[in-house]
Structures are given as structure tokens and as C-alpha cells.
Design a protein around this ligand. Structure first.
Ligand code: 6J7
Ligand code: CA
Length: 136
């Protein structure tokens, strides 16, 4: 069994390795480490559904996901991207208080994510320039 302190250290080490968060001061990283939760998804499970409401931000800790989007005039969503450990998703609905703009689906053999709720995202992460300068 890991103690709470060990888990916190492990979370801090991982958060420091996430490119999005690399310039955050340690105090902010520690606050994120305190509030984050873990969520697990089976292969082919929809982590996010395009068009749904959403209140969670995700950082991929284990496994890979694919991102798909509906295209006007086509019946099947198109794959636009794959993400791996250290990548993040779900910021758009939180920044705009709007609906999810794409599907995010767990690839085999499944996925572990760190999740941050809307309040903590807004306080600790939402101001980062990278999020506002994304080209999608
Ligand atoms: Br990752 C990723 N790539 C894209 C993309 O090319 N277009 C859109 N619209 N979203 C993309 N995403 C992520 C982004 O974090 O997929 C998430 C779906 O939920 C989106 O944030 P969201 O709209 O909250
Ligand atoms: Ca789950």
C-alpha cells in the first residue's frame, strides 16, 4: 500500500513532466496534486462525447486515446488526433463554458487519466497561454 504522502510525491513528479504545466510554480502544482482524481476507462469507452456538456479536464497518465469529430455531410466521425501520456484534453468546453467539440475514445488496452474539475481548472490551469493559443 502507498501512503498518501507517497501518492502526493508521485503525482507531483508526474505533473512536473507534463509539458503544459512545466512553467507553473511548485505551489500551484502542489494544489493541483491535492485536488486531482484518477479515472479509468476501458478500451473503446468514450471519455468525452462531442456535443455533451462537460465539467472535467483530463491529463493522460497511462494508455492512448483517439480524438474524432463529426464532419458536415459525413455519417462517421473522422479521427483527427491521437494522444499519449502527458497530453491533455477537455479544456475547450471549460474555457468557453460550452459543449464538447470532439469525441475522445480510449484505445486498447484502456486508459488512466488524472482529472481536474472545472473550479480547480479555472483557478489553477485555465489562464495558461498555451490553452488560449491552440490552433484547433
Ligand atoms: Br486533443 C484535441 N484535438 C482536437 C481538435 O483537433 N479539435 C477539437 N475541437 N478538439 C480537439 N481536441 C480535444 C480538446 O481538448 O478534444 C476535446 C473534446 O472536448 C477538446 O476539448 P473539449 O471540446 O472540451
Ligand atoms: Ca471510469
Amino acid at each position: 500500500m502507498k501512503t498518501g504522502l507517497q501518492k502526493r510525491e508521485e503525482n507531483m513528479t508526474f505533473l512536473k513532466s507534463v509539458p503544459l504545466l512545466k512553467n507553473l510554480p511548485s505551489e500551484k502544482l502542489a494544489k493541483i496534486a491535492d485536488v486531482l482524481e484518477y479515472d479509468f476507462f476501458h478500451e473503446n469507452e468514450y471519455i468525452i462525447r462531442e456535443g455533451a456538456a462537460g465539467d472535467m479536464f483530463f491529463i493522460l497518465n497511462k494508455g492512448e486515446v483517439k480524438v474524432t469529430q463529426m464532419i458536415a455531410g459525413q455519417s462517421d466521425p473522422k479521427e483527427v488526433r491521437r494522444l499519449k501520456r502527458g497530453d491533455y484534453f477537455g479544456e475547450k468546453a471549460l474555457l468557453s463554458e460550452d459543449r464538447r467539440t470532439a469525441n475522445v475514445i480510449a484505445l486498447p488496452p484502456g486508459v488512466e487519466c488524472l482529472t481536474v474539475d472545472r473550479d480547480a481548472f479555472t483557478q489553477l490551469i485555465g489562464d495558461l497561454n498555451e490553452l488560449h493559443n491552440k490552433d484547433y
